[in-house]
Design a protein around this ligand. Structure first.
Ligand code: KIV
Ligand code: ZN
Length: 513
């Protein structure tokens, strides 16, 4: 193996920046923990100057995980940005400041109103300022893919001289094609005299659906860092999908000759976590982490696979931690066997959460003929973070129909004895139950998105509901499962409202904006 590719994850910065995908601080910490366990080399944890919330998230991630991976903070070429990034990263043992400035003619003329000399001088000055704080500095000429090549070479050469240790080549607007992007990287390698003093990185957006292909083409030309996000999350059509890059490199080592430090069996659970937190359902046929990524329907394929797996399968589902429709234990299997199953699915649960999930499993096995691994994972995800929730749904009743859909709910607030009951009517049972929940909790939210999918097949399958709401000007997501989709909807809505309550409490304490 000749080289290791640095995996730079920007789910918490570029991914979180995309509309509707914002995360609370506890959610960012959960994602950061999953990224550390996945083995990413660099976590871009946020853009500290952007908001107090971003600053605190970068600070908290630096404190918690800065000894296990490199934590990076983004900064424009402005003194105050760089100083804010330095302050947010101060507790990280391993840190990087990522400084960027646009270089393309279109950005120079219309956005920055700066000429080439001003761009070069500002970039040099700000990289030097960052170097005073931290030895690990990345410089990005924003919109590099549309920058004149000779000017790009000049900027890269001078920022390396100023101390940049990684030079990132962004295709900010997703304009590049694989052969074009390969040429850009090769040109830099051939024409920047000090290029060997820095790592070349790629940062590709997916507007033409080419982000992964362009990143891989850059690796062919000599790039040794890839910037990517879980599930390809990111502005507009997103960034290059981490799981696709990693599995392409792993599956085609014969071609790329490169390795990565990623624990690939964590790809599927990390994808599910980010999907739930960011409120973005993964399309069923998405490469690597889609529900159908390993489903072979055609008889000819199934026959081939039974004879020899590699006839139609280039990766094993286990390699990416894929959880499918393997039949699991029945309700008589017992706690011991159930705990083994939970562990083999890659989850470590504390005793209280385990007991709750086990009770849910017994209840599900009573209702449903066949319980699959995917059901177990849905139950586990459903109970994670439960302990922090203010309101719990004790009971509900919903009536659908053309006359007057109605719902009644009984909710209990954490640490309080009293159970509160209320009812509402609505356009349908889901609308009615959302309104009833709002009456009890006293929070009014705007429903931004509502999605339902079945976890497995069959009429008795569990329905998984994902809701996105705006409350107090911020977006929150909630996910839940049940064989009854009205119940799953109520639970998902309540989870989103619980997050809004928890976040407003931290705001009141002045700890987070
Ligand atoms: O897309 C882009 O150019 C960016 C830079 C900040 C690297 O996200
Ligand atoms: Zn970007």
């Amino acid at each position: 193996m000749s080289d290791t590719i640095t995996i730079f994850d920007t789910t918490l910065r570029d991914g979180e920046q995309s509309p509707g995908c914002s995360m609370t601080k506890p959610e960012k910490l959960d994602v950061a923990k999953a990224l550390v366990e996945l083995g990413v080399d660099v976590i871009e944890a946020g853009f500290p100057i952007a908001s107090p919330g971003d600053f605190e998230a970068v600070q908290a991630i630096s404190r918690e995980f800065g000894d296990r991976t490199t934590i990076c903070g983004l900064a424009r070429c402005r003194k105050e940005d760089i100083d804010r990034a330095r302050d947010a990263l101060v507790d990280a043992e391993n840190k990087r400041i990522h400084v960027f400035l646009a270089t393309s003619s279109i950005h120079r003329e219309f956005k920055l109103k700066m000429d080439k000399d001003e761009i070069v001088n500002t970039a040099i000055e700000m990289v030097k300022r960052a170097v005073d704080y931290c030895s690990n500095i990345e410089f990005s000429p924003e919109d590099a893919a549309r920058t004149e090549l000779d000017f790009l070479c000049e900027v890269i050469e001078k920022t390396i001289d100023a101390g940049a240790t990684t030079v990132n080549i962004p295709d900010t607007v997703g304009y590049a094609t694989p052969s074009h992007f390969r040429h850009v990287i090769s040109y830099l390698k051939e024409n920047v005299p000090n290029i060997d003093k820095a790592v070349i990185s790629t940062h590709c957006h997916n507007d033409l659906g080419l982000a992964v292909a362009n990143s891989l083409a850059a690796i062919e030309a000599g790039a040794r860092q890839v910037e990517c996000t879980i599930n390809g999350l990111g502005e507009r059509a997103g960034n290059a999908a981490l799981e696709e890059i990693v599995m392409a490199l792993k599956t085609r080592t014969d071609h790329y000759g490169c390795d990565v430090n990623i624990n690939t069996s964590k790809l599927f659970p990390t994808s599910r976590l980010v999907s739930g937190i960011a409120g973005m359902i993964v399309q069923r046929n998405k490469a690597i982490v889609g529900q159908n990524a390993f489903a072979h329907e055609a008889g000819i394929h199934q026959h081939g696979i039974l004879q020899e797996r590699t006839t139609y399968e280039i990766m094993r589902p286990n390699d990416v931690g894929y959880v499918g429709t393997n039949l699991v234990l029945g309700k008589h299997s017992g706690r011991h066997a159930f705990r083994d199953r939970v562990t083999s699915l890659g989850y470590e649960l504390d005793d209280e959460t385990f007991q709750r999930v086990f009770d849910d499993f017994i209840a599900l096995a009573d209702k449903k003929k066949e319980v699959y691994d995917a059901d177990i994972v849905a139950l586990i995800e459903n109970r994670m973070g439960d302990a922090l929730e203010k309101w719990e749904l004790i009971r509900f009743q919903a009536i659908a129909g053309t006359t007057m859909p109605t719902a009644t709910v009984k909710l209990k607030a954490k640490d309080e004895e009293e159970v509160i009951c209320d009812a509402a009517t609505g356009d349908g049972p889901v609308d009615a139950i959302f309104r009833a929940i709002e009456r009890v909790t006293g929070i009014t939210a705007r429903l931004e998105d509502y999605q339902v999918r079945s976890v497995s097949s069959g009429k008795d399958a569990q329905g998984e509901v994902l809701v996105s709401v705006t409350a107090n000007g911020q977006i929150y997501h909630g996910k839940s499962v049940s064989t009854d989709i009205v119940e799953a909807s109520a639970q998902a809505y309540l989870k989103a409202l619980n997050k809004a309550i928890a976040n407003s409490k931290t705001n009141d304490n002045g700890q987070e904006s």
